[in-house]
Design a protein around this ligand. Structure first.
Ligand SMILES: N[C@@H](CCC(=O)N[C@@H](CS)C(=O)NCC(=O)O)C(=O)O
Length: 306
């Protein structure tokens, strides 16, 4: 399998619904597998925390550095949040996929929302998982939805824009094999950041206005990884995020919310990207700079004291 084949713009295979007849919401029944490096998995950690579902859905955060054997859930990421996987005899995430669907031969990606009652995978697509967490928490608890009916169209449009104009181009540039391909996606990434900076100068606190929505949960994880990882690893080096004043303020604002800033670990992100087997660099070591705000990921200085 080549690096391009496992690039993050690939699709996922499990699309069941938490809260449906087959997967009714029950305290303690479902389990999330994530990794600190993965921005898609990060969305689900943010949402689990924002909804208060931390008390109802367990979490195993895999070791941040992925190898060719898949995510390591045996030696998990050390934190108060990350618990031992309930499937104790399986140490690698591909084993969980095999248990859930023995004939499955696709990627064993994070995030995974797993059903411990039937040993099946409910869903492995972050954008769907976060919607489902939002819905379940709104239905059963006092969570105020981040996907209100009157804003759905706007939120969907912004999420699609972020995916097509920022997130996918980040990976396409990063894994490009030719100058021209790299250049064209490089241009798209920085055009989108300029557009987002302008948008944030007009909207107020968050992407859609004064209230936090699912669009912010989509935006934060990739932007938080930009200065420390994508800028150098994927050669997206026209600007740092810190060169965009409104995005910088926005990221600082989100970083103050514990579900966002408290779930970001920039060192784990850097190790995960720079030491992984499937990244576009030969040297397997982690760069020392830039110095970033630990709650937003935005560079505070581009020099580093060694
Ligand atoms: N579309 C998926 C993407 C998930 C994804 O690409 N995860 C990556 C890490 S960032 C992964 O686990 N890759 C492992 C592999 O492909 O083997 C989502 O949004 O959940």
């Amino acid at each position: 399998m080549s690096a391009n084949e496992i690039c993050h713009v690939e699709t996922t295979s499990f699309h069941n619904e938490l809260g449906s007849k087959d997967y009714p919401f029950e305290k303690g029944r479902y389990w999330l597998y994530t990794s600190k490096v993965c921005p898609f998995a990060h969305r689900t950690e943010i949402m689990r925390s924002l909804t208060g579902l931390t008390y109802h859905i367990g979490l195993t955060i895999a070791g941040a550095v992925q190898t060719e054997h898949g995510w390591d859930i045996g030696v998990r990421y050390e934190s108060a949040d990350s618990a031992t996987s309930p499937i104790v005899d399986i140490n690698r995430l591909p084993g969980i996929y095999k248990l859930a669907a023995p004939a499955y031969i696709g990627r064993a990606s994070v995030p995974v929302l797993f059903d411990t009652k039937t040993n099946t995978i409910v869903n492995n697509e972050s954008s769907e998982i976060i919607c489902q967490l939002d819905e379940v928490a709104t239905q059963y608890f006092e969570h105020k939805t981040l996907y209100p009916k009157d804003k759905k169209l706007l939120i969907d449009t912004l999420i699609t824009e972020l995916a097509d104009e920022l997130i996918t181009p980040i990976y396409r540039a990063g894994f490009a094999k030719y100058q021209q391909t790299y250049q064209s996606y490089f241009g798209k990434v920085f055009a989108c950041l300029t557009k987002l900076d302008k948008r944030l100068s007009e909207t107020g606190a968050y992407i859609t206005g004064d209230n936090l929505t699912l669009a912010d949960v989509h935006a934060y994880p990739h932007i938080a990884r930009f200065d420390a990882a994508y800028h150098s690893l994927y050669r997206l080096n026209k600007h740092f995020i810190r060169d965009y004043p409104n995005i910088t303020d926005y990221m600082a604002r989100l970083g103050e919310i514990s579900a966002f800033g408290g779930t970001l670990d920039i060192q784990a992100v850097k190790d995960g990207y720079f030491l992984a087997w499937n990244q576009p660099t030969e040297g397997k070591f982690t760069p020392l700079g830039p110095e970033v705000n630990p709650r937003s990921g935005v560079a505070v200085a581009v020099t580093v004291n060694t």
